[in-house]
Design a protein around this ligand. Sequence first.
Ligand SMILES: [Zn+2]
Length: 156
Amino acid sequence: MVFYNSDTNLKIVVPLEQLSLLHKLCEESNPYETGGIIIGRYSDDGSVAFVSEMTNSPNDSIKKTTAFKRGIAELQKKLDMLWDKSYYYIGEWHYHPNSSSFPSEYDIKQKISLSQSKSLKCPEPILIIIGGNKEYWTYSVSVIMKDCVFQFCSVE
Ligand SMILES: [Zn+2]
């Protein structure tokens, strides 16, 4: 799927296989939230973000029915390994079981603080939220830039 936002002129390309994998992880986790990080790379001119992988939740994550705190177990090791292959941390995903994929105020606050994290080196993180359940999945895709939230629409 391709997501686009005209204010930023950025396209985000998410392979269907990655979405199917996410659906599986969400289905297993329902009724609890789950999530992980988004790995990928940007085109040379920065206009396209290619998502290559959305990871399962680290073991030390906290999962509740209406809250998710991503853990950090093994994360830095994985990111260092990917960095060598020119793949990077580009954002976060999580699941809102049986409800709307719209980001909560807390989601936005948390993403703004992540965008300021020096260790993640990602000032403009992508946030993907999956809503619903296996009967009907919904998505919201947004990017935080300079403390503003830009919502993306699916175009393909
Ligand atoms: Zn949320």
